[in-house]
Design a protein around this ligand. Structure first.
Ligand SMILES: [Fe+2]
Length: 180
């Protein structure tokens, strides 16, 4: 996993959008935003993923497979949808089995995007209330485990004045020591 500030230049969302020179963001800076990550080799990943799932109370999981090849014409519309800025009222937990992509997370209060490039073996936890978006990269394929506690709460709440005062958003800002 590699993280860096997104360059905000126009162009294909699937391009790296890395500044030249790159402005890297390390794991400790992400942890201060309550973004957690692990790297667990895909070969024999089950026991280590299971251990983290047990510790964090992720009882259930399923697999998501997104690819240009598999989806045909709806692919472009689908990935534009993933790329709309939103938050959830629960954690978003992904373990990458194959392929790759980018999770962009909003830094607060700067409002800068930080791009997190994920690859096989990366386990990423985005906290409830963080503004984020996702895109596949130029390989146009990703397969990932989605982990969750009881039932999936993946309703995306598009960023708005209403989400700015959502209890999960406010709780997130308090947890990272930003805001009221
Ligand atoms: Fe999301």
């Amino acid at each position: 996993m590699r993280a860096y500030y997104f360059d905000n230049l126009p162009g294909d969302q699937r391009a790296p959008h890395d500044y030249v020179p790159s402005q890297p963001v390390d794991a400790s800076a992400l942890a201060k935003m309550s973004v957690l990550s692990w790297h667990i080799s895909v070969e024999g990943y089950e026991s280590q993923v299971d251990a983290i799932a047990r510790e964090r109370g992720y009882k259930n999981r399923d697999t998501i497979n997104v690819s240009k090849e598999g989806m045909g014409e709806v692919y472009e519309a689908k990935i534009k949808g993933f790329f709309e800025e939103h938050m959830h009222e629960d954690e978003e937990i992904r373990y990458i089995l194959s392929g790759s992509g980018f999770f962009d997370v909003r830094e607060t209060p700067s409002d800068a995007w930080i791009r997190i490039a994920v690859a096989p073996g990366d386990l990423l936890v985005l906290p409830a209330g963080i503004y984020h978006r996702f895109t596949l990269d130029e390989t146009d394929a990703i397969k990932a485990l989605r982990l969750f506690q009881d039932e999936p709460k993946w309703v995306p709440h598009a960023r708005s004045q209403a989400t700015d005062v959502n209890v999960h958003r406010v709780g997130y800002l308090q947890a990272i020591g930003v805001g009221a």
